[in-house]
Design a protein around this ligand. Structure first.
Ligand code: ATP
Length: 360
């Protein structure tokens, strides 16, 4: 096991004018599960490949377990990797595939057999050791790839979208199994995904990336609850965070949404008279069919029963919002309902920079 320190990594691919990673720094504690999350092309895989030694940075450094590995070849870094494409040998049976790295490292055969059996049991492949990959399901093939990585006793486990070839149900099952396995092993893990629910469910910390940079790093719940900017709030969460233009009253105590008024949380005192953007998650908006003190009026436009909740699209003075109501909430399009906003779930953003506002 080992901590990882990534310092100021810059990488531009030959022929490209844009940096694939742009001054990325990141600290990962020993045994921590870190997820690199972001849209396609944001630089996640490039960062992972530099950690693996499959790409070299233009500048910056990487240390693993206190050792500078920036320019070491992959086999000198003591890490193992799981790819989206499984990368298993099709003409070799499962036991050979799982033991492949150990064989390359010239581990004695008895030890290879013992470790292959151990990993196969852990990943529920015990009955399939004698099969070829083509005789397995996609989920089982990905298990083989994970088993092959964990038998290596590596300091660091790197995973690049390992669940994305699986169907939705299998993804969900394997996700929690993978979490348990990695937790039990306690290996420092870096995991790349563009799936925000995967990032939230797996990570001890989540690094949200955009255009080659880490835009927010934190505990998954913090990233979800308090996005650092509009991009993060829109990328994480389903539905994405609602963002509405609002104005703080000259006295700083009221937030005006069109003609409607909300009590302004104290952070807005220093923005009296200014335009801001209110960010609020769908599940943090209270709903009612009659008015409670402090509520604002909305008109329902779309009702989507989701089973465990009802997703409402509503109009507030020309602003469209998503609201998550309890499953039993009865609403029809064109009906008027009342929305409650509690001050501690409201977030505020600068209209120009889209960055979260800090109390001045
Ligand atoms: P995805 O989720 O689609 O894999 P990503 O976040 O992992 O995306 P990268 O694959 O790291 O992103 O790519 C970052 C940027 O670098 C992109 O603009 C991409 O086009 C570019 N890039 C990646 N690999 C190469 C390469 N081998 N040669 C040139 N440009 C590349």
């Amino acid at each position: 096991m080992a901590a990882i320190t990534i310092s100021n990594l810059v990488k531009t691919y030959p022929g490209s004018t844009e940096r694939a990673t742009d001054d990325v720094s990141l600290t990962i504690r020993d045994g921590e599960f870190t997820v690199l999350l972001g849209p396609s092309g944001c630089g996640k895989t490039t960062l992972l490949r530099m950690l693996a030694g499959l790409e070299l940075p233009d500048s910056g450094s990487i240390s693993i377990g206190g050792r500078d590995v920036t320019y070491l070849p992959p086999n000198k870094r003591n890490l193992s990797m799981v790819f989206q494409s499984y990368a298993v040998f099709p003409h070799r049976k499962v036991d050979y595939n799982i033991g492949f790295g150990l064989r390359m490292a010239r581990v004695p055969q008895a030890e290879i057999d013992r470790k292959v059996r151990w990993a196969a049991e852990l990943l529920q492949l015990g009955d399939y050791l004698d099969r070829f990959p083509a005789q397995l399901s996609g989920g089982q093939r990905q298990r083989v790839a994970v088993a092959r990585a964990i038998v290596m006793d590596a300091d660091v486990l790197l995973m690049d979208e390992p669940l994305s070839n699986l169907d939705a149900l299998l993804r969900l099952t394997f996700r929690s199994e993978l979490k348990k396995i990695v937790q039990d092993l306690g290996t420092t893990t870096v995991y790349v995904t563009h799936d925000q629910s995967e990032a939230l469910s797996l990570g001890d910390q989540v690094a949200v990336m955009r255009k080659g940079r880490i835009v927010q790093l934190g505990d998954p719940l913090d990233v979800y609850d308090a996005p650092a900017d509009r991009f993060v709030g829109g990328f994480i969460g389903s539905p994405p965070m609602n963002f509405i233009d609002a104005t703080v009253s000259p006295a700083g105590d009221t937030l005006l949404l069109g003609d409607q008024r909300l009590a302004a949380p104290s952070i807005l005192r220093s923005f009296a008279g200014h335009g801001v953007q209110l960010g609020i998650r769908a599940e943090n908006i209270g709903v009612g069919t009659s008015r409670s003190s402090g509520d604002i009026a909305a008109e329902v436009t779309v009702v989507e029963p989701m089973g465990s909740s009802v997703l409402l699209t509503v109009d507030v003075d020309g602003h469209t919002l998503k609201v998550q109501a309890p499953p039993a909430f009865k609403a029809k399009p064109h009906e008027r309902i009342w929305l409650g906003f509690s001050p501690n779930t409201m977030r505020f953003y600068d209209r120009e920079t889209s960055m979260a506002l800090e109390a001045k």
